[in-house]
Design a protein around this ligand. Structure first.
Ligand code: B12
Ligand code: SF4
Ligand code: SF4
Length: 377
């Protein structure tokens, strides 16, 4: 079998089916990554969303019998909305990070990888192939870096010279001995713009993230957000793009190659108040198809409350009162109590005093106290 020709044919086919960049690497273990993951674990810098078994993350042979290569793919996503949201005074909105615009990218990339698998299976009978996107064991960025898709930026993202870092990544482990591509030269140089732009100091140093401080992580948790981060989250209701928007490599980058990735502005930048009481059914209908809904509606609702506090939106006091008085979830009641404290005013004060008299949950009571003391200050 002429594997060189097969590689060329596969590259040509990948372009036909809308894969923006493809690269090849060996299926050797990822030694440097392994040390890095152990260190991150020791430091408590991981998010907890990663595959927990480091061996599986770094040794492709544990995922596919006798692997010979890994094919990495990248698809560019838009950084600007083609259709703007209608801005009305006082109608405050939250923002989903770009990686959650349009249809959930997992579906889009998995579909492309399935097509590549079919292409290879037809030409190499008996080929063993295993694809993954994000939720698989491998570290998609480490694979992409080694396959020459882009370099690993100080903001941790894989940056492609063609599309910047606004690319989704996925890969396929294969039993086919494709010739590997060369990794790319790191072009960050002396720049530190991403480190300077990070609102929480989550980038400990170039290429090292403390996920526990990263807003992208915090917006996806389900409990109370530690107070030190609440103001910094601003109106982000899912994810964070600050270390990417600050990057000069992303300047002017805005690609609209994939119709499915076009955001519905009312979903990507939704009005905040209606989110507080959205039903499960409406949430599923409105947000169910975007990547940012994978943790359910609770984190989005909690973040919407934090965003209303960020805007000090006095018109939201009534909505927050409803949450404090009626929401069965302590995280929602407590965050709303804190938000009322931030917004302040006589009405907020009255609501909080009333809530203090009836609230039974210790965490919520602590938030009510915080809210009251903010108003008294
Ligand atoms: C867990 C996770 C998160 C966590 C932790 C992120 C992190 N940096 O570790 C949280 C929730 C915070 C997160 C946030 C985001 N994520 Co995320 N996430 C993942 C996931 C599932 C695993 C990442 C992981 O293993 N991290 C562990 C660290 C140690 O490894 P890494 O950064 O992936 O790999 C690099 C380092 O290990 C580094 N490295 C290794 N050894 C050494 C040694 C030295 C000395 C140095 C300097 C570096 C270094 O090189 C590797 C390659 O770049 C991947 C999908 C996957 N299965 O891989 C997506 C993934 C990384 N996320 C992605 C995206 C888009 C994001 C966000 C931009 C989303 C958003 N807008 O909010 C942010 C960006 C935050 C940031 N600055 O990294 C994309 C990245 C695309 C790209 N172009 O790079 C991925 C690949 C998903 C996908 N398939 O497209 N994510
Ligand atoms: S995603 Fe936001 S919080 Fe996380 S490292 Fe980048 S700028 Fe910092
Ligand atoms: S902002 Fe500068 S240092 Fe950070 S990833 Fe971009 S080029 Fe690299």
């Amino acid at each position: 079998m002429d594997y060189r020709q097969l590689k060329e044919d596969l590259i040509a086919y990948s372009k036909e089916i809308g894969i923006d960049k493809i690269g090849f690497t060996t299926a050797d273990p990822f030694g440097e990554l392994k040390n890095r993951l152990i260190r991150q674990q020791e430091l408590g810098y991981q998010s907890g969303f990663e595959e927990p078994v480091i061996e599986k993350r770094t040794n492709p042979a544990l995922l596919l019998e006798k692997p010979r290569s890994i094919i990495a793919i990248a698809l560019a996503y838009p950084s600007k909305m083609s259709v703007r949201v209608e801005s009305k005074k006082g109608a405050r909105r939250g923002i989903f990070a770009r990686a959650s615009w349009g249809l959930d990218y997992h579906h889009i990339l998995r579909d492309k990888l399935a097509k590549l698998e079919a292409f290879l299976a037809e030409r190499v009978p008996g080929a063993r192939l295993k694809s993954m996107v994000d939720t698989g064991e491998l570290a998609d960025r480490a694979v992409a870096e080694r396959a020459g898709i882009g370099w690993s930026g100080k903001n941790c993202s894989i940056i492609t010279p063609e599309f910047g870092s606004y690319v989704y990544l996925g890969e396929m482990i294969t039993s086919i001995p494709f010739e590997p591509d060369m990794p790319m030269e790191d072009k960050c140089g002396t720049c530190t713009k991403c480190l300077d732009a990070c609102p929480t100091g989550a980038l400990v140093q170039g290429g090292q993230l403390n996920a526990q401080r990263c807003i992208a992580f915090l917006t996806q948790t389900k409990g109370f957000i530690p107070e030190e981060f609440r103001d910094k989250i601003g109106n982000r209701i899912y994810g964070c793009d600050s270390c990417q928007t600050a990057c000069p490599e992303n300047k002017g980058r805005d690609y609209h190659f994939h119709q499915e990735m076009e955001p519905d502005p009312e979903t990507a930048k939704p009005l905040l108040k209606p989110i507080l009481t959205i039903s499960n059914r409406d949430f599923k209908e409105r947000f169910g198809k975007v990547a940012g809904s994978w943790r359910g509606k609770k984190p989005i609702q909690r973040n919407a409350i934090i965003a209303l506090a960020h805007f000090k939106d006095e018109t939201a006091v009534e909505d927050l009162k409803e949450v404090v008085e009626k929401d069965p979830r302590p995280v929602m009641r407590g965050t709303a109590a804190w938000a009322l404290g931030k917004i302040g005013g006589a009405d907020a004060s009255f609501i909080l005093e009333k809530a203090r008299a009836v609230e039974k949950d210790a965490d919520v009571l602590a938030e009510i106290e915080k809210g009251i003391s903010m108003i008294e200050e």
